[in-house]
Every structure is written in structure tokens, then in C-alpha cells.
Design a protein around this ligand. Structure first.
Ligand SMILES: [Zn+2]
Length: 67
């Protein structure tokens, strides 16, 4: 089986493998490109990860926004 390619869209909420320092694991996608900018749901801080790193640190998609 081929590994699934992760689809990332603005507004999607992801659960990460590692929690943010504030304790939340849920992040909302703000911008997608070669980098992915996400905002922590609990404390509102944002962070930018390169896409490959982001895909590796995602545990699961919790909510997908349809366009
Ligand atoms: Zn946080």
C-alpha cells in the first residue's frame, strides 16, 4: 500500500503527534505553500513548518473544510 498523500487546506484542523508547550495538540491551518503556517487552537500562537516536517508531525486530520 502506498502511503497516503496528506491534503492540506486552509481551515483544516490537525492533531499533531507532539503537543504545543501550552498543552494543545490541535492546530488550524492558516496558510499552505512550501511552508505550512498553523495556529495553536488553545493559545493562538502561530508557527511555520516546512511542509515535509509538518506532514511528519501530523497525527490526524480532525476537521476538513470543504471549499
Ligand atoms: Zn499553544
Amino acid at each position: 500500500m502506498k502511503p497516503e498523500i496528506l491534503k492540506i487546506s486552509v481551515g483544516d484542523r490537525f492533531e499533531m503527534k507532539k503537543p504545543h508547550p501550552c498543552g494543545s495538540k490541535i492546530f488550524t491551518v492558516m496558510r499552505v505553500g512550501s511552508d505550512v503556517r498553523v495556529i495553536c487552537e488553545k493559545c493562538g500562537r502561530d508557527m511555520t513548518l516546512d511542509r515535509i516536517k509538518f506532514e511528519k508531525s501530523v497525527k490526524r486530520l480532525t476537521e476538513h473544510k470543504e471549499n
